[in-house]
Every structure is written in C-alpha cells, then in structure tokens.
Ligand binder design. Structure first.
Ligand code: GTP
Length: 305
C-alpha cells in the first residue's frame, strides 16, 4: 500500500517508516500540516492510507485532516482512511481526532503489531465503503433507468421535468413537453410476438436519442409511450422538432428476423404556462396525443391552451 506519513519529529518519522517498510508498504513523508495538504491534493489518487501526527508546526494534524475531509466530501469514492498519532493518549485528544475525520488513533511510541492491526482495520473499512458507494450508484441507476431501452424511466422523467419547470420559471425561459406513442403497437406484438415488440421499443429509443439535442430529456413513461422534455423551446419550435422525430422514427422499417415492420407514431405537444402543476402539463400533452390518435394518427398535435 502507499502510505503517507505526516510527522514533524524526524526520529518518530524514521521509526514509523521502518515499521511500515518491514510490513511491505511504500512510504512517503511530509513534516507539517501544509505539506500534508499539498502532497495529498497532488497525489490523492495514488495514496491508500494517511498517518498523521496530531501536533505539527504551521498547521496541526487536526486542521489539515479537517481540510482534507472537507475537500473529499462524504460521497468521495476515493475516501482515504486516516490514522492519527499522538504522544498523549488523553481521551479528549482521541475524541478530537476522530471527530476531525480520522478513523483510528495510535499512541506513540507505536507498537509494530498494533500499527499493522490498525492499517488492516481501516483499509478494510475503506474497501467496504467503496463497495457500498458502487452498489448505491448501481441501485440508483437501476431505479431511474428503463431496463429495456436504457432511457430514464417515468420516475426519472418526472423528476427531470420538475427540475426543468423550476428552471423555466426562474429564468423566464420557454419549456415544452411532448408525449409520443407508437400507433397500433398492439398489432406488432400480436402479429410478430412480444420479442418483436421489445425490439421495436429498443430500436425506436435508439433512433430517438440519435437525434437528441443536448439538454433535452427523453424517457420511457409507459409501455409504448415516450416523454420528451424540450427546454428553451416554445411550442412552435417543439412541434417542428416533434415533426422531425415523427419522420425519423417512421421513415425506415424496423427489421426483425427478416420482417420489415413499418410503424408510425403520434405526438402531443404543449408548452409550460409557468403556473400549472406537473401532472397538468403532462395531461395537456396527453390530451393533444389523444387528439392526434383520434384524428388519424401519424401526426403531431399541439395543445396551445
Ligand atoms: N413488447 C412489448 N409490448 C408492450 C410493452 N409495454 C406495453 N406493451 C404493449 O403495447 C400495447 C399497447 O396497446 P394499446 O394501448 O392498445 O395501443 P396501440 O395498439 O399502440 O394503439 P394506439 O395507441 O391506439 O395507436 C399492448 O399490446 C401492450 O401489451 C413492452 O415492454 N414490450
């Protein structure tokens, strides 16, 4: 492991270094709190453990460690274990160090085996923490992503819409929303099977995002229904964009097991009025979609109420 020692007393530093080298670690050294911070910031990704003396010139160990923890934040994946060293084993010192962000405390003179045990314990904790962060990130991605298309799911779409509605209101910028639905999708399932339907949904999502403008959010909000959030876009511009998507999604057949599946989509689009609730906005887009379906499908209808 790569271990950085911050210790101002040369003899203590030397002794510690010998112990750690004997244990097979690579050791780096600094002699005060300021050097500790600069070295850490420069080599953050290469270091595995910090061993920090409580009392050092210029900046104390506690001050330096507090700064390092503030820099890392509580969700840093590369959060580093820190062991404090002190000549005193006063209870107050121990508490002070742990509260500053340390994970373990050692009294000087350091005992070889105690040092080994603390290093094993803190690195094990760091490893578990890292695994937990990775697992959390995976769970978050799973809970916000549609498994079939990899687009944001309904929940993520609604959260994104809420954010965009807030931004639109704050910056007095237009915001449009569209709901896009595949026409007679049931027929594809019924004629070619559910797998063909799944293939179409995936392929359609790919085509949709191939033309996605940066800042726009597309989500799968129902079985064969997709939601489009178009920030900085008024309803006329949104209708033009939706017309482009309608053409893009239907101009080429979807080829599944040598079958050419032709499909069209209907779209309802509307613009946020700055006051309405999220469900009201989606409802208006849905109403426009309903009108598109009822007036022949394969078209974009605007709700400009
Ligand atoms: N393959 C597949 N089909 C799905 C999925 N989710 C929903 N569906 C199907 O989508 C079809 C939707 O059918 P309807 O609501 O009648 O709509 P439609 O046939 O597209 O007709 P219109 O919307 O009126 O043009 C149903 O057959 C659902 O089973 C999915 O994840 N995979």
């Amino acid at each position: 492991m790569n271990i950085l020692i911050a210790e101002d007393a040369p003899s203590d530093r030397m002794l510690l270094k010998l112990h750690l080298k004997k244990l097979g670690h690579t050791v780096y050294e600094v002699s005060d709190g300021n050097e500790l911070i600069s070295y850490f910031l420069e080599h953050e990704s290469e270091l595995d453990v910090l061993i920090v003396d409580l009392n050092m010139p210029n900046k104390s160990g506690v001050e330096a460690v507090s700064e390092i923890r503030a820099h890392q934040g509580s969700y840093a994946a590369n959060w580093i274990p820190i062991i404090f060293l002190s000549g005193s084993d006063a209870e107050d010192d121990i508490l002070y160090c742990i509260e500053a962000g340390a994970d373990a405390f050692l009294s000087k003179p350091v005992q070889h085996k105690v040092l080994l045990a603390k290093i094993i314990a803190v690195t094990r904790l760091a490893e578990m923490r890292k695994e937990l962060l990775i697992a959390n990130a995976r769970l978050k991605a799973l809970s916000t992503t549609d498994y079939l298309t990899n687009l944001p799911n309904r929940r993520a779409f609604e959260n994104a819409l809420k954010d965009e509605m807030g931004k639109s209101k704050r910056h007095d910028q237009p915001l449009s929303v569209a709901v896009l639905d595949i026409d007679h999708f049931k027929m594809i399932n019924d004629t070619y099977g559910h797998d063909a339907g799944d293939y179409v949904l995936k392929e359609l999502a790919n085509r949709l995002i191939s033309d996605q403008r940066s800042g726009d959010v597309f989500g799968r909000i129902g079985g064969e229904e997709f939601g489009l959030i178009l920030p900085h876009t008024n309803v006329r511009e949104a209708a033009i964009a939706c017309e482009r998507y309608r053409t893009l999604l239907s101009e080429q057949p979807y080829i599944y097991e040598s079958n050419d599946l032709d499909l069209t989509v209907s779209v309802g689009v509307c613009m946020y009025d700055g006051d309405e609730k999220q469900f009201e906005l989606i409802k208006r887009a849905d109403n426009a979609l309903y009108e598109a379906k009822n007036s022949g499908r394969n078209k974009v209808v605007i709700d400009d109420a």
